[in-house]
Design a protein around this ligand. Structure first.
Ligand SMILES: [Zn+2]
Length: 182
């Protein structure tokens, strides 16, 4: 857990949705509970086995996708059950591992009461960008952009880059807001 990033979001009152994967949740029950209890933050569903979401096994980035509607269901709902135990309520949003979903999987996610969501700005390149690049990418956000970044790689450039980008956004008249109601 990148506590520097989380503390910075807290200190600046910056809302964020944390998309938790089932494996991370099992390994980090304490940090997960702290996030869930923080009114500034929302918890989203990031899948059970972190798979691309497909009914045909189509994958992305070398990771095989789920291969049937039943596997899509399990990818969403095993984690969703754990998240509901954590937060006491249904998740609003689902984000698949690798961000890939096929059209049928999208319909299944919606039928399960969740909204599939992706991003428009890749803020930290999967926690690979140095802080200067994170700054440049995040500071370029404008109205209705969705910025993705990672809070589970504390040695990455993410926290420094975000910390520098938020004042720049503020100067540009941009105020981060939670994902909208659906
Ligand atoms: Zn992920």
């Amino acid at each position: 857990m990148d506590q520097v990033l989380i503390d910075f979001l807290q200190q600046t009152g910056t809302p964020a949705t944390f998309f938790l994967n089932f494996r991370w949740l099992q390994a980090n029950p304490g940090p997960a509970k702290a996030l869930a209890q923080n009114p500034l933050f929302e918890i989203g569903n990031h899948g059970t086995r972190h798979r691309p979401l497909s009914v045909s096994g189509r994958g992305a980035y070398g990771i095989p996708g789920t291969a049937s509607p039943a596997e899509v269901y399990d990818e969403v709902m095993v984690n969703e059950d754990a998240l509901r135990s954590l937060t006491g309520k249904p998740s609003r949003y689902f984000r698949s591992g690798t961000a890939y979903l096929d059209d049928v999987a999208v319909r299944i996610v919606r039928a399960l009461g969740l909204v599939p969501v992706s991003f428009s700005i890749n803020g930290d390149g999967g926690a690979t960008f140095p802080a200067a690049v994170v700054f440049r990418e995040v500071a370029a956000a404008r109205t209705r952009d969705i910025v993705i970044a990672h809070a589970n790689h504390p040695t990455a450039g993410t926290a420094d880059g975000v910390a520098r980008a938020l004042p720049a956004l503020s100067s540009a008249g941009i105020t981060p807001v939670p994902l909208p109601s659906t």
